[in-house]
Design a protein around this ligand. Structure first.
Ligand SMILES: Nc1ncnc2c1ncn2[C@@H]1O[C@H](COP(=O)(O)OP(=O)(O)OP(=O)(O)O)[C@@H](O)[C@H]1O
Ligand SMILES: [Mg+2]
Length: 253
């Protein structure tokens, strides 16, 4: 494996208890200044990369479960939309878990699966969000074999339609190694943002998954869960800037 491009290290964020007990994925940066700041850097790098490579339809994926795909996908999309420069669409392509749908407090039905099965129109599955330039499509009803549904021609037609309506489309996909869904739709994506969670993901699995997706398809890798004080390589390259304290930093554990 040649070296894949590092998009940005993302700090591990320690959530504050939420008053309602229900947290919206789009709100997380409000609690942690440094975490939000990392995402502004990620957004800028992503904008540059996607512009240069003309990538509009971008999957967010990783090797295994729990590396931060859904959180990164949602927060990157909201950061992009908040610039006012792009019309952004988020799609919950993880039909098995639908964590993006749940995390944004969107109703699951009708969603992507209903549309792909011809039971709902495109306009019926698009939801507005609190951010005017950001819309989202929920996963829809769970189906027994998502990979089979995603292999059908209806996915191609759907992707072609949304491509014409938005500047950037971010798709939250399942991990590459445990299930076939992401590999099934791989060729229809312009590119992927790949997550690697530090001190969690076995490097061998990361290498295998990168090989399966294909290095050329990967816009960059986000190192998730970097603890700035403990990581010498981050200190070396990001040093003082990475460790600056923001206004809310002291209230975060
Ligand atoms: N940088 C971070 N700081 C704090 N918590 C995080 C961070 N990244 C992810 N998490 C938390 O880790 C858990 C897994 O994250 P997430 O659901 O985004 O991962 P995923 O890769 O989408 O998982 P899956 O493969 O199961 O869909 C969630 O509870 C999420 O809030
Ligand atoms: Mg997920």
């Amino acid at each position: 494996m040649k070296s894949v491009n590092l998009l940005m290290p993302s700090r591990w964020w320690t959530p504050q208890p939420s008053a309602t007990g229900r947290r919206n994925l789009l709100d997380i940066g409000k609690e942690d200044f440094l975490f939000a700041d990392r995402f502004k850097g990620l957004r800028a790098k992503f904008e540059y990369k996607s512009d240069v490579t003309k990538c509009r339809l971008v999957g967010v994926t990783s090797s295994i479960a729990g590396e931060g795909k859904t959180l990164t996908c949602a927060f990157l999309a909201s950061n992009l939309a908040l610039t006012g420069r792009h019309r952004v669409l988020l799609v919950d392509m993880d039909i098995r878990k639908a964590d993006l749908t749940r995390g944004m407090n969107l109703s699951r039905h009708p969603g992507l699966t209903e549309h792909l099965m011809g039971k709902a129109t495109l306009s019926a599955i698009i939801r507005n969000t609190e951010i005017p330039a950001l819309q989202a499509i929920p996963a829809g009803t769970e189906v027994p074999s998502p990979a089979d549904l995603l292999a059908e021609d209806s996915l191609r037609v759907f992707l072609k339609e949304i491509r014409g309506r938005y500047d950037i489309i971010l798709l939250d996909t399942p991990p590459v190694l445990p299930v076939a869904d992401t590999i099934t739709m791989r060729d229809q994506m312009d590119g992927f943002v790949f997550l690697f969670r530090t001190s969690y993901t076995p490097v061998g699995m990361f290498r295998q998954a990168v090989e399966e997706i294909g290095e050329k398809k990967i816009l960059g890798v986000v190192l998730n869960g970097v603890e700035p004080q403990k990581k010498k390589y981050i200190d070396k390259y990001y040093g003082y800037y990475y460790q600056q304290k923001g206004p809310k930093e002291e209230s975060v554990a």
